[in-house]
Design a protein around this ligand. Sequence first.
Ligand code: FMN
Length: 149
Amino acid sequence: MGCFATGVTVVTCIGPDSEPVGLTANSFTSVSLDPPLLLVCIGKTAASAAAMVGASHFAVNVLQTEQQPASIRFATRHEDRFGPNDWSPGEYGAPVLDQSLSVFECEVHAIHDAGDHHMLIGHVLKARFDAGLDPLLYFRGSYRRLHFD
Ligand SMILES: Cc1cc2nc3c(=O)[nH]c(=O)nc-3n(C[C@H](O)[C@H](O)[C@H](O)COP(=O)(O)O)c2cc1C
């Protein structure tokens, strides 16, 4: 799978204690256009897994090149992942990271059991993107960026 180049997202929700929760995820894909559905797979052993499967809404923040530090931060345990000024609640409550390339705000549509992961399927309620930003990419265990000759 490492040979399949992807973008990088941070998936967020509000946890049971009203705290922001998020983790880096590249297992993100579109599922359906009508209705608009997407999915992301959350490892069952992730500390944020319980919050993610218990939330009614979540957001997928698609990262741009300048957000590589955020990708690393949201993939590292025992660290304050949400800085004081770089996020705000989205329209449906889930945290939206400032400067993201794109944000999908979702209501949970279904959760499927899939081996050691939960497949979290979201119904997209709101989406936005910034056409001026370039995506952060991930390929064979390293961060990459687009380049054109
Ligand atoms: C580029 C990248 C992509 C990742 N994709 C996923 C993913 O799709 N699903 C997942 O559960 N973890 C994924 N991870 C790992 C989680 O971000 C990592 O396990 C994180 O520490 C989990 O945090 P938590 O245990 O605090 O919930 C990815 C990590 C990186 C660096």
